[in-house]
Design a protein around this ligand. Structure first.
Ligand code: BGC
Length: 790
């Protein structure tokens, strides 16, 4: 939408101060309006799998929000591979936001799952940009159909939580374009979000919040984004530079404590006045677009949303293994249900996406309605330690049953915003339980609740495994229905499960202290595993069904775009769905391009015996690589192989196509043999400039962006941290709770500049600078600065 004459008139009648006020929040969750001109103040709220509208707008109160439907997390949504279904989720989310007067919902997150250790992977869709972008676009279309804006996040290269406030993601432009940005591009071109949230981290040396290339050249000029760029909460480093670079809205804001900087910059000629005019116009557009969200009288049907959440949980449940067709179980069977998660479900992750569900199903209640069920907890829900007595009880219960269902996975403290995992193992108590139960009863089914891949050392000892992810408030009953065949396991993995963390391409690459070096370039996830020929536990796209499918008559027509058609037949005796995955194999030398890349997919539901022709169109971009020398997408002409399959490692049919194009072959970037690493110099060549030193700031050179942890040599920093920790203990009692861990990480990783957010604006920039002087040993200057501010 372009600015209308009306918009221009309203902007022209605003004062400089009013425009500056529009560029920052009023508090944590509300924005400023211009009451004099009838421009309303909007409300925003998290998040990606449910509405987290906090009870107060003046602070962050994780865990205290209005009751809402907790849908399956993005990891589970992604395994549905079903954009239509995710669009329905978006509509439901939008309806809930609208009923609460929320104008912008902060989601979806489409960051690529570069490493399975990232603590927020449950909030993200996939390791593949096409899948992440398409699902993100569907989510956005759904939410915005209700007159509520989406906020696509976290733009960009926010692929780890470790040091997220300061880390510099060093990514070569080709990897950015082909992988990391591609997910955002797909969500923007397919979903047209009304806002985009820029990330905390730096990208190639510059904070995302002041990255002109990212926020203006790419996002607006190349992709046509016409909405508001909002900062992640506390992500603004230099406010004025941010605005000049393309940031519109700083969040949170505290009663205009930064506005004077903006006004001064305009008056001094350091910031062109039309930057503020542009933001004000964009803001008016957002107000107009979200008008419906602020009308009274919207309601939603909680039961219908609960049912939808359950449907998505079943559609996203991935049947990883099912030897001998053990599943589905027969109704009325004698089962043992083992594992505390069966009664106290693990259904979401921790952090800003944490929902207060209006209802919560557990698996055990539903299972006992379907079968003759006994139960043993097997482990303590809040502990990793093996409890021998619980283990012995579980083994006895397992022995007495025909079939055992073990509910296991990651406990709350493993998966939270703000922290990455340090390994991929399950809690020792869960591994020990599964091993003991499997030894006691060969008919053992493991149901996993976790938000990202885990190592499964016992996978060969159990006949069936279901990856149920963090399935939202209806996941317990929905997955029980899947186990008994009342629903089908519709999920396919949107990420690779490696055998072990050490197999992952980035496991030995530096992720700090100053920078994360993306030396693997485009070889992310299955792009690496398939190119290296590395063995994996469960490949990208994998997921079994209770029925079977044939793929026949594959054909491809055209020289780019190419129309790929295949006939899928349900050859089994049950209804079921198949995800037809279309990969393009490039003729390039190994390493110049990933061996194969997902370029299209379609989910089809078929009755027994039913056949359907499925057509997927591959446009020219499906064959292109990004040429940094010409700054454009390049198509190398030649013969490509189109592979259609049920996973990246289960290709059912192939066909060759001749694609026209005149670009040279992509430059080689060999993939190291398993066990070897990409070296720094090789990456520097691809990166195109020397890599900075990857060292922490030394005492005397600390800046407002140095993480407090790196400044711990200074007594001033230690005192600050101790004070903040004491305050935190006042409201988070359990030191092992995810919230305590999140706050602990935050207090280590945040830089001094974030004190303004933490103190709700009270610790101003000059005070921070005084503290910085003290930390750097410039005592006299620091004390003078602090004294002036008392
Ligand atoms: C998170 C965002 C979230 C925001 C508001 C930040 O810490 O990174 O994803 O939307 O807080 O809660």
């Amino acid at each position: 939408m372009t600015a209308t004459a009306g918009t221009d008139r309203v902007v022209a009648s605003m004062t400089l101060a009013e425009k500056a006020a529009l560029c920052a929040g009023r508090d944590f969750w509300s924005l400023y309006g211009v009451p004099r001109l009838g421009v309303p103040a909007l409300l925003v709220a998290d998040g990606p799998h449910g509405l987290r509208k906090e009870l107060s707008t003046g602070q962050v109160q994780l865990g205290q929000s209005v009751p809402a439907t907790c849908f399956p997390t993005a990891a589970a949504m992604a395994s549905t591979w079903d954009p239509d279904l995710i669009e329905q989720v978006g509509r439901a989310l939008g309806a809930e936001a609208r009923a609460e007067g929320v104008s912008v919902l902060l989601g979806p997150g489409v960051n690529i799952k570069r490493t399975p250790l990232c603590g927020r992977n449950f909030e993200y869709f996939s390791e593949d940009p096409l899948l992440a972008g398409r699902l993100g676009a569907a989510w956005i279309r759904g939410v915005q159909s209700q007159g509520v804006g989406a906020s696509l996040k976290h733009f960009a290269a926010n692929n780890q939580e470790h040091r997220r406030f300061s880390v510099d993601a060093l990514v070569d432009e080709r990897a950015l374009r082909e992988v990391y940005l591609a997910a955002f591009e797909g969500a923007i071109t397919g979903g047209a979000p009304w806002t985009v949230m820029c990330a905390y981290n730096r990208l190639n040396g510059t904070y995302a919040a002041e990255h002109e290339w990212l926020l203006t050249r790419v996002l607006r000029e190349q992709w046509g984004f016409d909405g508001i760029v909002v900062s992640d909460w506390g992500a603004v480093n230099e406010r004025v530079e941010g605005l000049a670079a393309g940031l519109d809205l700083e969040m949170p804001g505290f009663g205009g404590h930064h506005d004077q900087l903006v006004v001064d910059a305009v008056q001094a000629g350091a910031l062109p006045a039309d930057v503020l005019d542009r933001t004000a116009a964009r803001f008016l557009t957002l107000v107009e677009r979200t008008a419906q969200a602020r009308e009274d009288g919207h309601t939603y049907d909680r039961d219908a949303h609960h049912a939808l959440a359950g449907r998505v949980a079943a559609e996203g449940a991935v049947l990883l293994k099912n030897d001998g067709g053990l599943l589905p179980l027969a109704p009325g069977a004698r089962i043992a249900v083992i594992g505390a998660f069966a009664k106290q479900p693990r259904f979401q992750g921790a952090g800003s996406s944490h929902i207060n569900p209006h209802r919560l199903d557990d698996a055990y209640t539903r299972l006992s309605a379907l079968a003759e069920a006994t139960y043993a907890p097997g482990y303590r829900r809040d502990s990793d330690e093996i409890d021998e007595a619980l283990l012995a009880e579980a083994v006895a219960v397992a022995r007495a049953a025909d079939t055992v269902l073990v509910y296991a996975g990651l406990t709350d403290s493993y998966e939270t915003e703000g922290l990455d995992r340090t390994h991929l193992r399950l809690p020792a108590s869960h591994d020990a339980l599964i091993a003991a139960v499997a030894a006691a009863n060969p008919r053992t089914v493991v149901v996993l609740h976790n938000g990202a891949p885990v190592e499964l050392p016992w996978h060969g000892d159990v006949p069936a495994i279901v990856e149920a992810y963090l399935g939202g408030q209806a996941g317990g009953s929905a997955v029980a229905d899947v186990l008994f065949g009342l629903a089908e396991p519709g999920g396919r993995l949107a990420e690779t499960f490696p055998h072990r963390w050490a197999d992952n391409p980035v496991h030995a690459l530096p992720n700090g202290p100053r920078q994360a070096e993306y030396r693997e370039s485009v070889h992310v996830g299955y792009r690496y595993y398939d190119t290296a020929g590395a063995d994996v536990l469960f490949p990208f796209g994998h997921g079994l069904s209770y029925t079977s499918f044939d793929h026949t008559g594959l054909s491809a027509t055209g020289t780019g775009p190419v129309e790929v058609t295949v006939t899928v037949t349900n050859t089994g005796e049950r209804a079921g769905s198949e995800v037809v995955q279309v990969y393009v194999h490039h003729p390039a030398a190994a390493g110049a391009r990933p061996d194969q890349e997902l370029k299209g997919f379609a989910k089809v539901r078929l009755a027994p015996g039913e056949s359907r022709a499925v057509t997927v169109v591959l446009d020219r971009r499906a064959f292109a690589w990004y040429d940094v020398t010409t700054a454009s997408w390049a198509v190398t002409g030649g013969r490509y192989e189109i592979r259609v399959g049920a996973s990246s490692r289960d290709i059912r049919a192939t066909v060759a196509v001749d694609v026209t194009g005149d670009a040279p072959p992509a430059p080689a970037y060999p993939v190291p043999a398993p066990g070897q690493q990409w070296d720094r110099d090789g990456f520097a060549a691809v990166y195109g400039r020397p890599l900075p030193d990857n060292t922490a700031d030394a005492p005397g050179t600390f800046t407002l962006n140095t993480p407090l942890h790196d400044m711990r040599s200074s007594p001033v920093t230690r005192l600050l941290q101790a004070t903040a920790r004491r305050q935190a203990r006042g409201f988070v009692k359990d030191p092992k709770s995810p919230m305590a861990l999140l706050i602990g990480a935050m207090l280590d990783e945040m830089p001094l500049r974030m004190l303004s957010m933490m103190s709700r604006g009270r610790i101003s920039r000059p005070v921070q600078e005084g503290l910085l002087d003290l930390a750097n040993g410039r005592w006299a200057r620091g004390l003078r600065a602090l004294a002036r501010r008392r």
